[in-house]
Design a protein around this ligand. Structure first.
Ligand code: PAF
Length: 273
């Protein structure tokens, strides 16, 4: 595995290579969820590039940019073990200059749910993802379904900018007890980790209600709220794939999304129906 810190040097190394190129963009603190993305990328492609960059522009004032877990050595080892060919590990000074062109996320889809609570977050995500796409020019890029709104916006950006990159959406990886893997889980104490399970329990409960034929989203959300009551719930929402709120679940076109704080840690999760 070769490590690059300079975007131009990585572009030079990739130029003229034969075969399909995969990009797995990450912010590091790699866990089994990331490994699943890398393994899928390895299976599908000739060349696998992983980027690790804690992107400052997607953090809002007062968020955890400074404390975001950084584990360079462990991450490097995980990439090696996952068969990654090129690790791109830039710092903010090479990724951003002054007074830059940047991307504005779309008004409707980016300003509900996560985007409403974290205004500007998706501008930062789309800006850095577009930069990474231009640096690597991958055939395929791999993202987890846990960040469902991010995924939908990246897909929209590709359509809007006519970029020929296939997005591979990979299922959320969970602990045995249901907790969705996240780099931010390291912030949780043992007691908070137990509390956090209420998120996946509420989503499982919603899945059971729907399997029993319930379609009314208000009824589903009410019961989920009861399960999640001890947490500081930021939202529970049922939307379609265009991120419009639904009164009734449409099978094959619905997502139930939740965001909640457990102590000071903000967690998101969802189920796609
Ligand atoms: O999902 C993430 O880890 C980040 O938002 C991404 C896509 C790597 C952009 O910084």
């Amino acid at each position: 595995m070769t490590v690059f810190r300079d975007p131009i040097a990585l572009q030079e190394a990739l130029k003229g290579l034969q075969g399909s190129i995969a990009l797995v963009p990450t912010m590091g603190a790699l866990h089994l969820g990331h490994r699943t993305l890398m393994e899928q990328a390895r299976q599908d492609n000739d060349i696998v590039v992983v980027s690790i960059f804690v992107n400052p522009t997607q953090f809002l004032e007062g968020e955890d940019l400074e404390n975001y877990p950084r584990k360079e050595e462990a991450d490097r080892r995980i990439c090696e073990l996952s068969g990654v060919d090129y690790l791109f590990y830039p710092d903010a000074t090479v990724m951003y200059g002054h007074d830059e062109v940047h991307i504005c996320a779309p008004d409707i889809r980016a300003y509900v749910l996560e985007g409403l609570l974290r205004p500007g977050h998706f501008d930062g995500v789309l800006t850095v993802v577009l930069k990474l796409f231009h640096i690597v020019m991958p055939d395929r890029a791999y993202f987890g379904k846990k960040d469902a709104q991010q995924l939908a916006l990246i897909e929209q950006m590709l359509r809007n900018f006519f970029l020929q990159i296939s997005i591979v959406a990979v299922d959320t990886v969970r602990e045995n007890d249901g907790l969705a893997l996240s780099s931010r889980n390291v912030y949780l104490s043992d007691a908070q980790r137990q509390e956090a399970l209420k998120i996946s329990s509420a989503l499982n409960h919603a899945g059971k209600m729907i399997a029993q034929g319930v379609r009314n989203t208000e009824e589903i959300i009410q019961q989920m709220q009861q399960i999640m009551a001890p947490l500081e719930v930021e939202y529970i929402a049922c939307v379609n794939r265009a991120f419009q709120y639904l009164e009734h679940i449409e099978m094959g076109n619905s997502i139930i999304l939740v965001a909640a704080r457990v102590g000071t840690t903000r967690l998101i999760d969802n189920v796609q129906l």
